[in-house]
Design a protein around this ligand. Structure first.
Ligand SMILES: CC(C)(COP(=O)(O)OP(=O)(O)OC[C@H]1O[C@@H](n2cnc3c(N)ncnc32)[C@H](O)[C@@H]1OP(=O)(O)O)[C@@H](O)C(=O)NCCC(=O)NCCS
Length: 152
């Protein structure tokens, strides 16, 4: 890492850079609808200040989609480009989201980490997040929202 790191709110114009980053993250599941430009723009319109990008060396090297339903915050697609990891960028981006959610009066934030994601689970534990024993339930509302996993 050589350049200056900038932690900035994610805007709709960051979509291409963020998507390009997502596509490099091994094991990430990219959803046909949720991760499309249209749906990400809608998410940012609903949550205009909470998502974040990390910029360095003229490109986006980290990002988090973060939003709130008015009661609880949620983080999605937390990622840092492989060659920029272990320099505190993930920690700084999460701190940005927490600051913004707190400013909005949100009292809790949650995310899903696959059990098999050793790196992700080590990260969350290290930065003080608590693993719960809750079961996670979901119901697909649109069959077109298929998921494709990046190869590892
Ligand atoms: C998880 C991720 C965002 C962390 O980003 P990062 O910028 O490397 O994180 P940080 O540098 O802030 O790490 C903070 C601490 O977390 C822990 N940690 C991070 N990566 C780790 C790893 N590969 N193995 C063990 N501990 C790790 C360390 O304790 C680290 O502190 P240290 O480097 O001083 O030891 C990044 O590894 C990533 O993009 N992974 C792939 C996508 C992913 O799994 N996202 C999470 C989905 S739930």
């Amino acid at each position: 890492m050589s350049g200056t790191l900038k932690i900035l709110p994610m805007t709709a114009s960051d979509y291409d850079g963020v998507r390009a980053l997502w596509m490099t993250i091994k094991g990430f599941g990219i959803r046909a609808l949720d991760d499309s430009r249209e749906d990400v723009e809608r998410f940012i319109r609903r949550n205009p200040t909470t998502s974040v990008v990390a910029r360095m060396d003229g490109r986006i090297v980290g990002s988090i989609l973060c939003g709130s339903d008015g009661r609880q915050g949620a983080l999605y697609h937390v990622c840092v480009a492989e060659e920029y990891r272990r320099h505190g960028i993930g920690t700084q981006m999460v701190a940005y989201c927490i600051r913004e959610l707190t400013r909005m009066g949100i009292n809790k934030v949650a995310l899903i980490a696959f059990k098999s994601n050793d790196v992700g689970n080590a990260f969350w534990k290290q930065i003080g997040w608590k693993q719960t024993d809750a079961n996670y339930y979901e119901l697909t509302l649109n069959e077109k929202n298929t998921v494709e996993f990046n190869r590892s």
